[in-house]
Structure formats: structure tokens, C-alpha cells
Write a protein that binds this ligand. Sequence first.
Ligand code: SF4
Length: 266
Amino acid sequence: MDKEYLKKLAENPNFIPGIYNYCDRWCERCAFTCRCMTYALSKDDIDDPQSQDINNKAFWDKLHGIFNVTLEMVKETAEEMGIDLNAIDHEEFAKQEERVHERVKDQPYTKAAFAYVEMVNKWFESNKDLLKEKGDELRTLALVQIPGTSPDRDALKIQDCIEVIRWYQHQIYVKLCRAASGMIRGEHENLEYSLQDANGSAKVAIIGIECSIAAWGGLLNHFPQQEHTILDLLVNLKKLLRQVETAFPDARAFVRPGFDNANQNS
Ligand code: SF4
């Protein structure tokens, strides 16, 4: 990959600018793959599975190439904007970032999102046998074909709920950290920030929370014996949702490029 290739790719009028900034990165389920520059770039990786394997040299070579091109483009843009990158006090900058990072981790909603990550891990760890038993039960039902049962459909539903929960489990925390970082940076005069970006990240987190709530509800239907633990998770997610909505009251109104204004982009 080189700079010229990237620039040429970016000129494609079919791409929706910035769509990848406020999506959930679940490309397999995304309806906008053909309109996303990030997806177009990652398609090279899909064609070359080695460059997706963290243990393979091809993966690190690819990453190295992306960093180099990005750095080159950042320098070029800084020059165009008259910004002297050498004039930045790197030590002070690092200290400021560390202070922001500490405050990010200290927000009630980031703490709650982090705790949720652990709760989910614990739930799957302690219910490994239950999930296996359910799989065995559905396989047996599929073999004997009892009228009125739909084991295949049930298996797909359970699988989908688990995939959704696992997909958003960490993403909620990551997106909330980004949103918190934007908000905190806004309180410092000399730090660059964007309230819009904070709202956009918070909106993605909100969507992740809502999808997770629905998925846990789906699991509850199939594992009524786990009512107590699942309700506990749901209560925590609902509480987290309220915390995020309070901290970012304008998040829901944020318009995600492509997803929230698809008609304008078609
Ligand atoms: S917009 Fe869709 S295709 Fe692009 S990175 Fe996000 S999920 Fe993947």
C-alpha cells in the first residue's frame, strides 16, 4: 500500500465519508460494505489470510506499511496547515494524555462498562456446561424430529444472541472510553477535541448496549433456569444505558454517516 493508492481510493465518489468512524465494525453484518473505504482496504486482507494472522510476518509488514503511509500523510497535512510537528512538547503532551486517560477510567459509565466485560466473561465461564448440554439437547431433538419443535431455529437464535453479546461486550467499553476522552478533553482549553465525535462514539455504545439487552433477553427465553444471573446482567446494562444517556444527552441525535442518513447518501 502506498500514499497514492490511498488517495486514489479515497476519490471514489461511491464511498460515504467517515462511515467507518461510527459503525460497530461488524463488517460481516454491514449493509454498507460497498460504500466503505475501510472495508475496501480490508478486502486486501481478506484475500490474503496471512495478513490477518497476528503470528504471521505478513500481518506486521502490513501494519508497518499502514503506519508509514499514515505518518507520511499526517506530516503532509500538518505542513499544509502550517503546523510545526517538531514544536510540540512531546513530554508535556504525554503527561496530558495520561491525565485524560486516568479520568476516562474514572467515569462511572466507563467503570460500569468495564465491570460488564468481566460479568459477561464470568457468565460464559460458569455456564460452559449448560451451553454444551443445550447443544446436545438440540442435536438430539433435530435427530428425532418431534413435531412442534424447531431445534435448528433455536440453535441459530442462541448462536446469534451469543455472537451479539460477545461482539459488543468489549466494544461498549472502548467506545465509551473514546466518548469520555472527547468530553474530558473539551474541558481543557489547549486540548483538541470534538463534542460531535464524543456524541457519535456514545451513540455507538448506546446501540451496542441496546443490542446486548435484546440478546440477553433472547438467551433468557432459552435458559429460564439462568433467570437470576441474566436479570442481573440486564439490570446492569439498563443502568449503564441511563448513565450514558445522562452523560451524553445529545448522543441519540447524532447522525452517523450512512447509517442514519442513508437516503441522502444514495
Ligand atoms: S461501515 Fe460497515 S463495512 Fe465499513 S468498517 Fe464499519 S461495519 Fe465494516
